[in-house]
Write a protein that binds this ligand. Structure first.
Ligand code: S3P
Ligand code: PEP
Length: 487
Protein backbone atom coordinates (compact mmCIF):
# COMPACT_ATOMS: atom_id res chain seq x y z
CA UNK A 1 0.00 0.00 0.00
CA UNK A 2 1.21 3.48 -0.72
CA UNK A 3 1.21 5.97 2.11
CA UNK A 4 -1.84 7.75 0.68
CA UNK A 5 -3.87 4.55 0.34
CA UNK A 6 -2.92 3.63 3.90
CA UNK A 7 -4.07 7.06 5.05
CA UNK A 8 -7.45 6.85 3.37
CA UNK A 9 -8.12 3.15 4.08
CA UNK A 10 -11.18 2.17 6.07
CA UNK A 11 -10.58 0.56 9.45
CA UNK A 12 -13.37 -1.75 10.59
CA UNK A 13 -13.95 -0.49 14.12
CA UNK A 14 -13.96 -3.50 16.46
CA UNK A 15 -17.35 -4.38 17.93
CA UNK A 16 -17.41 -5.42 21.59
CA UNK A 17 -19.39 -8.59 22.19
CA UNK A 18 -19.23 -8.15 25.94
CA UNK A 19 -18.05 -5.94 28.76
CA UNK A 20 -14.57 -4.56 28.23
CA UNK A 21 -12.24 -5.48 31.08
CA UNK A 22 -8.76 -4.09 30.59
CA UNK A 23 -5.75 -2.25 31.93
CA UNK A 24 -4.54 0.34 29.45
CA UNK A 25 -1.22 2.14 29.74
CA UNK A 26 -1.65 5.54 28.11
CA UNK A 27 1.38 7.42 26.71
CA UNK A 28 2.44 10.87 27.92
CA UNK A 29 0.47 14.09 27.67
CA UNK A 30 0.81 16.06 24.44
CA UNK A 31 0.23 19.34 26.23
CA UNK A 32 2.79 18.65 28.97
CA UNK A 33 5.38 17.26 26.54
CA UNK A 34 5.22 20.25 24.20
CA UNK A 35 5.31 22.83 27.00
CA UNK A 36 8.22 21.00 28.62
CA UNK A 37 10.14 20.96 25.33
CA UNK A 38 9.69 24.72 24.89
CA UNK A 39 10.69 25.51 28.47
CA UNK A 40 13.70 23.20 28.33
CA UNK A 41 14.81 24.82 25.07
CA UNK A 42 14.66 28.25 26.73
CA UNK A 43 16.51 27.13 29.85
CA UNK A 44 19.96 28.16 30.97
CA UNK A 45 21.07 24.55 31.46
CA UNK A 46 20.27 21.07 30.11
CA UNK A 47 17.20 19.20 31.29
CA UNK A 48 15.53 15.80 31.06
CA UNK A 49 12.10 14.83 29.85
CA UNK A 50 11.03 11.33 30.85
CA UNK A 51 8.18 9.36 29.35
CA UNK A 52 7.59 12.06 26.70
CA UNK A 53 4.80 11.53 24.24
CA UNK A 54 6.25 10.41 20.92
CA UNK A 55 3.61 11.43 18.39
CA UNK A 56 3.29 13.63 15.34
CA UNK A 57 2.66 16.81 17.37
CA UNK A 58 5.54 16.28 19.78
CA UNK A 59 8.02 15.16 17.13
CA UNK A 60 7.15 18.28 15.14
CA UNK A 61 7.88 20.35 18.25
CA UNK A 62 11.21 18.58 18.84
CA UNK A 63 12.24 18.92 15.18
CA UNK A 64 11.32 22.61 15.17
CA UNK A 65 13.45 23.31 18.24
CA UNK A 66 16.32 21.32 16.71
CA UNK A 67 16.00 23.45 13.56
CA UNK A 68 16.68 26.50 15.75
CA UNK A 69 19.78 24.88 17.26
CA UNK A 70 18.47 23.13 20.39
CA UNK A 71 19.97 19.70 21.12
CA UNK A 72 17.43 16.96 21.83
CA UNK A 73 18.95 13.54 22.42
CA UNK A 74 16.63 10.57 22.70
CA UNK A 75 17.83 7.90 25.10
CA UNK A 76 16.45 4.96 27.00
CA UNK A 77 17.52 5.44 30.64
CA UNK A 78 18.81 2.54 32.68
CA UNK A 79 16.47 1.09 35.28
CA UNK A 80 18.57 2.59 38.07
CA UNK A 81 17.65 6.11 36.99
CA UNK A 82 14.57 7.45 38.70
CA UNK A 83 13.02 10.85 38.47
CA UNK A 84 10.53 13.20 39.97
CA UNK A 85 9.54 16.53 38.63
CA UNK A 86 6.86 19.03 37.71
CA UNK A 87 3.67 17.44 36.56
CA UNK A 88 4.75 14.32 38.37
CA UNK A 89 2.13 12.62 40.50
CA UNK A 90 4.80 11.31 42.81
CA UNK A 91 5.55 7.97 41.20
CA UNK A 92 9.11 7.14 40.30
CA UNK A 93 9.92 6.44 36.68
CA UNK A 94 12.27 3.53 36.32
CA UNK A 95 11.76 2.60 32.70
CA UNK A 96 10.88 4.17 29.42
CA UNK A 97 12.09 6.76 27.05
CA UNK A 98 13.89 9.93 28.10
CA UNK A 99 14.92 12.96 26.09
CA UNK A 100 17.88 15.11 27.11
CA UNK A 101 17.36 18.70 26.03
CA UNK A 102 20.44 20.84 25.58
CA UNK A 103 19.57 24.50 25.10
CA UNK A 104 21.67 26.66 22.82
CA UNK A 105 21.55 30.12 21.33
CA UNK A 106 18.48 30.07 19.09
CA UNK A 107 19.38 30.42 15.43
CA UNK A 108 17.81 31.43 12.16
CA UNK A 109 17.49 30.87 9.31
CA UNK A 110 15.29 27.92 10.13
CA UNK A 111 12.36 26.14 8.48
CA UNK A 112 9.61 24.90 10.79
CA UNK A 113 6.77 22.56 9.86
CA UNK A 114 3.89 22.80 12.32
CA UNK A 115 1.72 20.08 10.76
CA UNK A 116 -1.68 20.81 12.29
CA UNK A 117 -0.40 21.13 15.84
CA UNK A 118 -1.94 24.09 17.63
CA UNK A 119 0.77 23.94 20.26
CA UNK A 120 3.56 24.15 17.66
CA UNK A 121 1.99 26.88 15.53
CA UNK A 122 1.12 29.05 18.59
CA UNK A 123 3.96 28.33 21.05
CA UNK A 124 6.90 28.66 18.65
CA UNK A 125 6.59 32.09 16.98
CA UNK A 126 7.26 33.68 20.41
CA UNK A 127 10.36 31.45 20.71
CA UNK A 128 11.48 32.33 17.18
CA UNK A 129 11.39 36.02 18.10
CA UNK A 130 14.47 35.25 20.24
CA UNK A 131 16.40 33.63 17.38
CA UNK A 132 19.18 35.49 15.62
CA UNK A 133 17.69 35.24 12.14
CA UNK A 134 14.54 34.50 10.13
CA UNK A 135 12.40 31.52 11.09
CA UNK A 136 9.83 30.43 8.52
CA UNK A 137 6.68 28.56 9.60
CA UNK A 138 4.45 26.45 7.37
CA UNK A 139 2.09 23.54 7.92
CA UNK A 140 -0.81 21.36 6.76
CA UNK A 141 -3.57 23.04 4.70
CA UNK A 142 -5.81 23.14 7.79
CA UNK A 143 -3.13 25.03 9.75
CA UNK A 144 -3.68 27.99 7.36
CA UNK A 145 -7.26 28.19 8.62
CA UNK A 146 -6.54 28.02 12.32
CA UNK A 147 -6.34 31.42 14.03
CA UNK A 148 -2.91 32.85 14.72
CA UNK A 149 -3.38 36.59 14.13
CA UNK A 150 -3.74 37.34 17.84
CA UNK A 151 -0.29 35.88 18.56
CA UNK A 152 1.24 37.67 15.57
CA UNK A 153 -0.19 41.06 16.59
CA UNK A 154 0.78 40.56 20.22
CA UNK A 155 4.35 39.72 19.25
CA UNK A 156 4.51 42.85 17.11
CA UNK A 157 3.37 44.89 20.10
CA UNK A 158 6.14 43.26 22.13
CA UNK A 159 8.75 44.26 19.54
CA UNK A 160 8.90 41.40 17.00
CA UNK A 161 9.11 41.73 13.22
CA UNK A 162 6.87 39.25 11.40
CA UNK A 163 5.96 38.79 7.73
CA UNK A 164 2.56 37.09 7.49
CA UNK A 165 1.86 36.90 3.79
CA UNK A 166 -1.53 35.29 4.55
CA UNK A 167 -2.42 38.13 7.02
CA UNK A 168 -2.94 36.61 10.45
CA UNK A 169 -2.40 33.01 9.39
CA UNK A 170 0.33 30.64 8.33
CA UNK A 171 2.66 30.63 6.49
CA UNK A 172 4.76 33.33 8.11
CA UNK A 173 8.32 34.38 8.88
CA UNK A 174 9.45 35.66 12.25
CA UNK A 175 12.56 37.80 11.81
CA UNK A 176 14.21 37.03 15.10
CA UNK A 177 16.51 39.74 16.39
CA UNK A 178 18.26 37.70 19.09
CA UNK A 179 16.20 39.31 21.87
CA UNK A 180 12.75 40.83 22.42
CA UNK A 181 11.67 43.79 24.52
CA UNK A 182 8.46 42.29 25.87
CA UNK A 183 6.06 44.40 27.92
CA UNK A 184 2.28 44.70 28.15
CA UNK A 185 -0.21 43.34 25.68
CA UNK A 186 -4.02 43.02 25.49
CA UNK A 187 -5.40 40.10 23.53
CA UNK A 188 -8.71 38.42 22.77
CA UNK A 189 -8.09 34.73 23.44
CA UNK A 190 -11.69 33.63 23.02
CA UNK A 191 -10.72 31.56 19.96
CA UNK A 192 -7.97 29.64 21.78
CA UNK A 193 -6.36 29.51 25.20
CA UNK A 194 -3.14 28.68 23.35
CA UNK A 195 -2.70 32.39 22.55
CA UNK A 196 -2.23 33.11 26.26
CA UNK A 197 -0.02 30.08 26.85
CA UNK A 198 2.14 30.96 23.84
CA UNK A 199 2.93 34.46 25.10
CA UNK A 200 3.56 33.34 28.68
CA UNK A 201 5.87 30.41 27.88
CA UNK A 202 8.62 32.52 26.27
CA UNK A 203 8.06 35.56 28.50
CA UNK A 204 10.83 34.90 31.08
CA UNK A 205 13.35 35.30 28.26
CA UNK A 206 12.00 38.67 27.12
CA UNK A 207 13.87 41.75 28.39
CA UNK A 208 10.89 43.15 30.32
CA UNK A 209 8.95 39.92 30.76
CA UNK A 210 5.31 40.10 29.67
CA UNK A 211 1.93 41.17 31.01
CA UNK A 212 -0.93 39.54 29.11
CA UNK A 213 -4.48 40.79 29.62
CA UNK A 214 -7.33 38.82 28.01
CA UNK A 215 -10.12 41.19 26.99
CA UNK A 216 -12.42 38.89 24.98
CA UNK A 217 -15.91 37.64 25.82
CA UNK A 218 -14.93 34.07 26.81
CA UNK A 219 -11.73 32.24 27.59
CA UNK A 220 -11.75 28.50 26.81
CA UNK A 221 -9.57 25.73 28.19
CA UNK A 222 -8.56 27.39 31.48
CA UNK A 223 -6.90 24.19 32.76
CA UNK A 224 -4.42 24.47 29.89
CA UNK A 225 -3.56 28.02 31.00
CA UNK A 226 -3.14 26.75 34.57
CA UNK A 227 -0.84 24.05 33.17
CA UNK A 228 1.27 26.77 31.53
CA UNK A 229 1.47 28.79 34.75
CA UNK A 230 2.32 25.71 36.86
CA UNK A 231 5.02 24.57 34.49
CA UNK A 232 6.54 28.05 34.27
CA UNK A 233 6.72 28.25 38.06
CA UNK A 234 8.30 24.80 38.19
CA UNK A 235 11.21 26.06 36.06
CA UNK A 236 11.74 29.03 38.36
CA UNK A 237 9.72 31.69 36.55
CA UNK A 238 7.82 34.29 38.54
CA UNK A 239 4.21 34.38 37.37
CA UNK A 240 1.67 36.67 39.04
CA UNK A 241 -2.06 36.44 38.50
CA UNK A 242 -3.59 39.52 40.06
CA UNK A 243 -7.15 38.41 40.71
CA UNK A 244 -7.98 41.20 43.10
CA UNK A 245 -9.10 44.74 42.35
CA UNK A 246 -11.25 43.61 39.45
CA UNK A 247 -8.26 42.33 37.48
CA UNK A 248 -9.09 38.89 36.15
CA UNK A 249 -7.47 37.12 33.26
CA UNK A 250 -4.22 38.99 33.69
CA UNK A 251 -0.89 37.23 33.89
CA UNK A 252 2.51 38.80 34.59
CA UNK A 253 5.71 36.90 33.91
CA UNK A 254 8.91 38.49 35.20
CA UNK A 255 12.08 38.39 33.11
CA UNK A 256 14.53 35.85 34.52
CA UNK A 257 16.47 32.64 34.01
CA UNK A 258 14.65 29.43 33.14
CA UNK A 259 16.00 26.41 35.01
CA UNK A 260 16.70 23.04 33.42
CA UNK A 261 14.60 20.39 35.13
CA UNK A 262 14.05 16.65 35.24
CA UNK A 263 10.39 16.06 34.44
CA UNK A 264 8.36 12.89 34.16
CA UNK A 265 5.39 13.41 31.87
CA UNK A 266 1.96 12.29 33.12
CA UNK A 267 -0.16 10.01 30.94
CA UNK A 268 -2.37 11.97 28.52
CA UNK A 269 -5.70 11.93 30.34
CA UNK A 270 -7.59 13.18 27.28
CA UNK A 271 -6.19 10.23 25.35
CA UNK A 272 -7.43 7.96 28.15
CA UNK A 273 -10.93 9.08 27.20
CA UNK A 274 -11.79 6.45 24.54
CA UNK A 275 -10.65 3.66 26.85
CA UNK A 276 -12.73 4.96 29.77
CA UNK A 277 -15.62 5.40 27.34
CA UNK A 278 -15.22 1.73 26.39
CA UNK A 279 -15.90 0.75 30.00
CA UNK A 280 -18.86 3.12 30.16
CA UNK A 281 -20.63 2.02 26.97
CA UNK A 282 -20.05 -1.71 27.45
CA UNK A 283 -20.68 -1.86 31.20
CA UNK A 284 -17.08 -2.95 31.70
CA UNK A 285 -14.11 -1.88 33.78
CA UNK A 286 -10.92 -0.17 32.61
CA UNK A 287 -7.86 0.70 34.69
CA UNK A 288 -5.43 3.44 33.65
CA UNK A 289 -2.09 3.16 35.52
CA UNK A 290 -0.28 6.31 36.71
CA UNK A 291 -3.40 8.48 36.86
CA UNK A 292 -2.07 11.55 38.70
CA UNK A 293 -3.63 12.58 42.01
CA UNK A 294 -2.92 16.24 41.26
CA UNK A 295 -2.93 17.54 37.73
CA UNK A 296 -3.85 20.50 35.55
CA UNK A 297 -4.85 18.26 32.65
CA UNK A 298 -8.46 18.78 31.55
CA UNK A 299 -8.85 15.04 31.06
CA UNK A 300 -9.08 14.66 34.85
CA UNK A 301 -12.63 16.02 34.49
CA UNK A 302 -13.57 12.70 32.87
CA UNK A 303 -13.87 11.23 36.35
CA UNK A 304 -16.86 13.44 37.09
CA UNK A 305 -18.24 13.76 33.55
CA UNK A 306 -18.34 10.01 32.91
CA UNK A 307 -19.64 9.40 36.43
CA UNK A 308 -22.55 11.72 35.65
CA UNK A 309 -23.08 9.71 32.47
CA UNK A 310 -23.55 6.47 34.41
CA UNK A 311 -20.18 5.11 35.53
CA UNK A 312 -18.23 5.10 38.77
CA UNK A 313 -14.53 5.40 39.44
CA UNK A 314 -11.82 5.57 42.03
CA UNK A 315 -8.13 6.28 42.20
CA UNK A 316 -6.37 3.35 43.80
CA UNK A 317 -2.84 2.98 45.12
CA UNK A 318 -0.73 0.38 43.37
CA UNK A 319 2.80 -0.84 43.97
CA UNK A 320 3.93 1.56 41.21
CA UNK A 321 1.91 4.63 42.23
CA UNK A 322 -1.72 5.37 41.53
CA UNK A 323 -4.22 4.13 38.96
CA UNK A 324 -7.73 5.06 37.98
CA UNK A 325 -10.30 2.31 37.73
CA UNK A 326 -13.47 3.26 35.92
CA UNK A 327 -16.51 1.00 35.74
CA UNK A 328 -19.62 1.23 33.63
CA UNK A 329 -22.99 0.34 35.14
CA UNK A 330 -24.63 -0.99 31.99
CA UNK A 331 -26.59 2.27 31.68
CA UNK A 332 -25.39 5.39 29.87
CA UNK A 333 -27.12 8.68 30.66
CA UNK A 334 -27.25 11.91 28.72
CA UNK A 335 -25.61 14.99 30.18
CA UNK A 336 -26.08 18.75 30.16
CA UNK A 337 -22.58 20.14 30.44
CA UNK A 338 -20.57 23.29 29.84
CA UNK A 339 -17.41 21.90 28.28
CA UNK A 340 -15.65 25.25 27.76
CA UNK A 341 -12.84 24.26 30.16
CA UNK A 342 -12.39 20.85 28.59
CA UNK A 343 -13.21 21.39 24.92
CA UNK A 344 -10.88 18.69 23.65
CA UNK A 345 -13.06 16.10 25.42
CA UNK A 346 -16.12 17.03 23.34
CA UNK A 347 -15.81 14.48 20.50
CA UNK A 348 -15.53 11.58 22.96
CA UNK A 349 -18.40 12.85 25.09
CA UNK A 350 -20.54 13.32 21.99
CA UNK A 351 -19.93 9.70 20.98
CA UNK A 352 -20.99 8.42 24.41
CA UNK A 353 -23.97 10.80 24.42
CA UNK A 354 -25.17 9.34 21.10
CA UNK A 355 -25.40 5.94 22.87
CA UNK A 356 -27.16 7.24 26.00
CA UNK A 357 -30.69 6.69 27.31
CA UNK A 358 -31.53 10.42 27.33
CA UNK A 359 -30.61 13.56 25.38
CA UNK A 360 -27.49 15.63 25.97
CA UNK A 361 -26.67 19.31 25.60
CA UNK A 362 -22.98 20.17 25.25
CA UNK A 363 -22.29 23.90 25.66
CA UNK A 364 -19.44 26.41 25.71
CA UNK A 365 -17.45 24.96 22.82
CA UNK A 366 -18.00 27.29 19.84
CA UNK A 367 -14.21 27.48 19.47
CA UNK A 368 -14.14 23.82 18.41
CA UNK A 369 -15.09 25.05 14.94
CA UNK A 370 -11.44 26.16 14.71
CA UNK A 371 -9.81 22.94 15.92
CA UNK A 372 -8.27 20.18 13.75
CA UNK A 373 -11.53 20.37 11.82
CA UNK A 374 -14.85 22.07 12.53
CA UNK A 375 -15.62 19.51 15.21
CA UNK A 376 -19.22 20.61 15.77
CA UNK A 377 -20.06 20.22 12.08
CA UNK A 378 -18.09 16.98 11.75
CA UNK A 379 -19.68 15.30 14.78
CA UNK A 380 -23.16 16.38 13.67
CA UNK A 381 -22.71 15.07 10.13
CA UNK A 382 -21.01 11.80 11.02
CA UNK A 383 -23.33 10.78 13.86
CA UNK A 384 -26.39 11.74 11.82
CA UNK A 385 -25.18 9.69 8.86
CA UNK A 386 -25.21 6.67 11.16
CA UNK A 387 -28.88 7.38 11.96
CA UNK A 388 -28.33 9.80 14.86
CA UNK A 389 -30.10 13.04 15.71
CA UNK A 390 -27.57 15.76 16.48
CA UNK A 391 -28.06 19.47 15.98
CA UNK A 392 -25.52 22.23 16.21
CA UNK A 393 -26.21 25.19 18.46
CA UNK A 394 -24.35 28.49 18.55
CA UNK A 395 -21.87 27.08 21.06
CA UNK A 396 -22.27 23.34 21.07
CA UNK A 397 -24.38 20.30 20.29
CA UNK A 398 -27.74 18.82 21.21
CA UNK A 399 -27.64 15.05 20.91
CA UNK A 400 -30.83 12.98 20.97
CA UNK A 401 -29.91 9.30 21.02
CA UNK A 402 -31.41 7.16 18.23
CA UNK A 403 -30.71 3.58 17.18
CA UNK A 404 -27.55 3.81 15.06
CA UNK A 405 -26.46 1.66 12.13
CA UNK A 406 -23.13 0.88 10.51
CA UNK A 407 -21.42 3.00 7.90
CA UNK A 408 -18.28 4.97 7.18
CA UNK A 409 -17.25 7.43 9.89
CA UNK A 410 -15.19 10.20 8.29
CA UNK A 411 -12.47 11.74 10.41
CA UNK A 412 -11.36 14.94 8.59
CA UNK A 413 -7.72 14.45 9.69
CA UNK A 414 -8.87 14.78 13.31
CA UNK A 415 -7.48 12.30 15.81
CA UNK A 416 -10.36 12.82 18.22
CA UNK A 417 -12.94 12.16 15.50
CA UNK A 418 -11.23 8.81 14.88
CA UNK A 419 -11.27 7.79 18.54
CA UNK A 420 -14.89 8.98 18.90
CA UNK A 421 -15.84 6.77 15.94
CA UNK A 422 -14.09 3.82 17.56
CA UNK A 423 -16.22 4.27 20.70
CA UNK A 424 -19.40 4.17 18.60
CA UNK A 425 -18.08 1.09 16.82
CA UNK A 426 -17.89 -0.84 20.10
CA UNK A 427 -21.69 -0.74 20.34
CA UNK A 428 -22.82 -0.28 16.74
CA UNK A 429 -21.77 -3.07 14.37
CA UNK A 430 -20.41 -2.24 10.94
CA UNK A 431 -18.74 1.12 11.55
CA UNK A 432 -15.65 1.76 9.45
CA UNK A 433 -13.29 4.57 10.42
CA UNK A 434 -11.75 6.49 7.57
CA UNK A 435 -8.02 7.21 8.08
CA UNK A 436 -7.59 5.87 11.60
CA UNK A 437 -3.90 6.71 11.09
CA UNK A 438 -4.78 10.32 11.87
CA UNK A 439 -4.65 9.28 15.54
CA UNK A 440 -0.85 9.53 15.11
CA UNK A 441 -1.23 13.23 15.91
CA UNK A 442 -1.26 12.38 19.60
CA UNK A 443 -1.64 8.59 19.93
CA UNK A 444 0.18 6.72 17.15
CA UNK A 445 -0.44 3.30 18.64
CA UNK A 446 -4.20 3.75 18.98
CA UNK A 447 -5.42 0.93 16.67
CA UNK A 448 -3.12 -1.59 18.35
CA UNK A 449 -4.04 -0.36 21.83
CA UNK A 450 -7.74 -0.58 20.97
CA UNK A 451 -7.59 -4.11 19.60
CA UNK A 452 -5.30 -5.07 22.48
CA UNK A 453 -7.88 -3.75 24.94
CA UNK A 454 -10.54 -5.89 23.31
CA UNK A 455 -8.43 -8.98 22.74
CA UNK A 456 -9.44 -10.65 25.96
CA UNK A 457 -12.81 -9.07 26.47
CA UNK A 458 -14.81 -8.65 23.31
CA UNK A 459 -14.69 -8.31 19.55
CA UNK A 460 -15.83 -11.87 19.02
CA UNK A 461 -13.25 -13.36 21.34
CA UNK A 462 -15.50 -13.91 24.32
CA UNK A 463 -16.24 -11.57 27.17
CA UNK A 464 -15.26 -11.13 30.74
CA UNK A 465 -11.59 -12.01 30.71
CA UNK A 466 -9.02 -9.32 31.35
CA UNK A 467 -6.68 -7.86 28.80
CA UNK A 468 -3.70 -5.55 29.02
CA UNK A 469 -3.16 -2.87 26.45
CA UNK A 470 -0.74 -0.07 26.23
CA UNK A 471 1.57 1.83 24.02
CA UNK A 472 4.12 -0.74 22.95
CA UNK A 473 2.75 -3.38 25.28
CA UNK A 474 -0.44 -4.47 23.58
CA UNK A 475 -0.44 -8.02 22.37
CA UNK A 476 -2.54 -9.51 19.64
CA UNK A 477 -4.79 -7.65 17.28
CA UNK A 478 -4.17 -6.16 13.92
CA UNK A 479 -2.63 -2.72 14.24
CA UNK A 480 -4.90 -1.70 11.40
CA UNK A 481 -4.27 0.41 8.38
CA UNK A 482 -2.38 3.56 8.98
CA UNK A 483 -1.13 2.63 12.44
CA UNK A 484 1.78 4.87 13.10
CA UNK A 485 1.33 6.70 9.83
CA UNK A 486 1.67 10.39 9.62
CA UNK A 487 4.13 10.82 12.47
O1 S3P B 1 -2.52 24.37 25.35
C1 S3P B 1 -2.81 23.22 25.01
O2 S3P B 1 -2.00 22.28 25.14
C2 S3P B 1 -4.15 22.96 24.47
C3 S3P B 1 -5.15 23.88 24.64
C4 S3P B 1 -6.52 23.68 24.12
O3 S3P B 1 -6.65 24.49 22.97
P1 S3P B 1 -7.89 25.51 22.74
O4 S3P B 1 -7.90 26.48 23.87
O5 S3P B 1 -7.59 26.11 21.41
O6 S3P B 1 -9.12 24.64 22.73
C5 S3P B 1 -6.78 22.23 23.76
O7 S3P B 1 -8.00 22.10 23.07
C6 S3P B 1 -5.64 21.65 22.95
O8 S3P B 1 -5.89 20.32 22.61
C7 S3P B 1 -4.36 21.69 23.76
C1 PEP C 1 -7.41 20.85 19.75
C2 PEP C 1 -6.46 19.92 19.80
O1 PEP C 1 -5.18 20.06 19.35
P1 PEP C 1 -4.24 21.31 19.03
O2 PEP C 1 -3.12 21.24 20.02
O3 PEP C 1 -3.77 21.09 17.63
O4 PEP C 1 -5.05 22.57 19.18
C3 PEP C 1 -6.73 18.58 20.36
O5 PEP C 1 -5.76 17.81 20.54
O6 PEP C 1 -7.89 18.25 20.62
Amino acid sequence: MTESSVQSALWPAPHATGAVEATVTVPGSKSVTNRALVLAALAAEPGWLRRPLRSRDTLLMADALRAMGVGIEETIPSSSQTSRGMGDSGQAATTGEAWRIIPAGLHGPAEIGVGNAGTVMRFLPPVAALADGPVHFDGDPRSYERPLGVVIEALRTLGARIDDENRGCLPLTVHGGGALDGGRVEIDASASSQFVSALLLSAPRYNQGVEVRHVGPVLPSMPHIRMTVDMLRAVGAQVDEPETGGERNVWRVTSGAVLGRDLTVEPDLSNAQPFLAAALVTGGRVTIPDWPTRTTQPGDALRSLFTRMGGSCGIVSTSDGTALTFAGSGRVHGIDADLSEVGELTPGIAAVAALADSPSTLRGVAHLRLHETDRLAALTKEINELGGDVTETADGLVIRPRPLHGGVFHTYDDHRMATAGAVLGLVVPGIEIENVGTTAKTLPDFPRMWTGMLAGSGSGSGSGSRSEAGSGSASGGDPGPGAGAGA
